[in-house]
Write a protein that binds this ligand. Structure first.
Ligand SMILES: [Zn+2]
Ligand SMILES: [Zn+2]
Length: 237
């Protein structure tokens, strides 16, 4: 048995998993509960929220954003999704839920028939970074955990050291749409242009709300030479 297998065997033995939704043993989220989550088959414009083809920002909105388009796997209105994301992010967190979250994203691409669009030679995955202070506090970057799972399953390179967050910002959830833009302005920096130059970048985050954070990241990445910047999130508000 490999060391990692022994470790997981022992962990299961002494710290059994229970579904956080129904309590069934053996899973953090059991298949029955997972099946209650509707994965979206369609995409929406990041600016006007109209339904669009192929996740692309609609023609009328293209001049207002640097995001080429957005893919979100599920609606954040789903109660189970809210619970799932909060169990993943907030103490006591179940980090392993990153696998479930990544599987929802992969299912969304599969249902939309867009896996070929995602997996290309130019593709890289870039998680939305956390500021150092926040990272120390939480111990991990939730977006990076999801991106790592996606990278392993889809064989797309993960680039987690090119885009960094250089400003400690207020939590976006407490702010209005306009305040969010102001709050996040100048928060990111690309410290390694070579890694993003000419790439088709998929920015990874947990929830797409107003898109202010993604927009700021896309601005920095395009300035650094990225060819395309697409947003991928587990949920959309
Ligand atoms: Zn369950
Ligand atoms: Zn639009």
């Amino acid at each position: 048995m490999k060391t990692s297998k022994i470790k997981s065997f022992l962990t299961d033995l002494f710290f059994p998993k229970f579904c956080f939704n129904c309590g069934k043993e053996g899973y953090y989220l059991c298949p029955d509960c997972l099946s209650l989550i509707d994965v979206l088959e369609e995409q929406y414009c990041p600016i006007c929220q109209k339904r669009v083809i192929d996740g692309k920002t609609c023609l009328g909105c293209r001049s207002k954003t640097r995001i080429d388009g957005v893919y979100s796997a599920v609606s954040y209105q789903n109660k189970l999704i809210k619970k799932l994301i909060s169990r993943f992010k907030y103490r006591p967190f179940i980090k392993d839920l990153s696998k479930t979250l990544a599987s929802l994203i992969i299912t969304h691409f599969y249902l939309s028939n867009k896996l070929d669009f995602l997996i290309t030679e130019k593709s890289i995955l870039v998680p939305v970074p956390l500021a150092q202070k926040k990272l120390k506090l939480r111990g991990f970057n939730q977006s990076e955990e999801i991106a790592r799972e996606l990278s392993q399953s889809l064989k797309i390179p993960l680039v987690n050291n090119a885009l960094i967050k250089i400003k400690n910002t207020q939590a976006q959830t407490e702010l209005s749409k306009e305040q969010r833009k102001e709050n996040i302005k100048g928060a990111f920096f690309c410290k390694d242009k070579e890694q993003v130059k000419d790439k088709k970048i998929f920015l990874i985050d947990d929830v797409f709300t107003t898109g202010a954070t993604m927009e700021e990241c896309a601005k920095v990445l395009k300035f650094a030479g990225a060819r395309e910047v697409w947003a991928i999130t587990v949920a959309r508000e």
